[in-house]
Design a binder for this molecule. Structure first.
Ligand code: IMP
Ligand code: MG
Length: 180
């Protein structure tokens, strides 16, 4: 098996780049249909979502669609801390606009919950959420996710933008942790 090692952890291939591409196209098609007349502003949550956002946004065919970036941090190592920091903020005026949060993965859901609360204070018309991955069994709060590309079990994964201690983001496929 083509396992890889990042620091102290071993990972094995889990979701291929071809499978990811299909899932991204499916989500984009749904967004294109639902938000065709909304002039949406996509908000990519850095760092993890940058690869997904780049692929998703290029599948969006809504005239006037825009993208911007914010930076959040909640993970240390392979554990969610539950405490979410906005490291770099939003400069656009989102009042009255439809915004689409682009996340790499929703795990406990705390990052998303807090981000939605922060955005709501800026009075957008609507807040939609698109995530590449969702771990339904890990969800610990009541937060709505509108578009999920792929559901996965709770195991820790890397690749396609997702990291372990900032490594593994460059992998084209998604890898899952090998427990020893
Ligand atoms: P949450 O606040 O627990 O939902 O965690 C959300 C953030 O934690 C994501 O945006 C990721 O950056 C990170 N994260 C959650 N699960 C994983 C994983 O399996 N691998 C890498 N990062 C993850
Ligand atoms: Mg993230």
């Amino acid at each position: 098996m083509n396992t890889i090692k990042l620091k102290d952890l071993t990972f094995k291939p889990y979701i291929s780049s071809a499978e990811i591409a299909t899932a991204v196209k499916n989500v984009a098609a749904r967004i294109n249909e639902d938000l065709a007349d909304k002039n949406p502003l996509f908000i990519c949550v850095l760092n993890g979502a940058f690869v997904f956002a780049a692929d998703l946004f290029r599948e969006i065919n809504i005239p006037g669609a825009e993208i911007t970036f914010i930076r959040m941090k909640s993970y240390i190592g392979t554990q969610s801390t539950g405490e979410v920091q906005m490291v770099s903020g939003l400069y656009e005026d989102i009042s009255g606009r439809t915004v689409v949060i682009i996340e790499d993965i929703v795990d406990s859901g705390f990052t998303l919950l807090q981000l939605k609360e922060m955005l709501r204070e800026c009075n957008p018309a609507d807040i939609k959420v698109a995530t590449l991955l969702f771990k339904p069994e890990s969800l610990k709060c009541d937060v709505t996710i509108d578009y999920v590309a792929l559901d996965i079990p709770p195991a820790f994964i890397v690749g396609y933008g997702l990291d372990y201690e900032n490594m593994g983001r460059n992998l084209k496929d998604i890898y899952t942790i090998v427990q020893d």
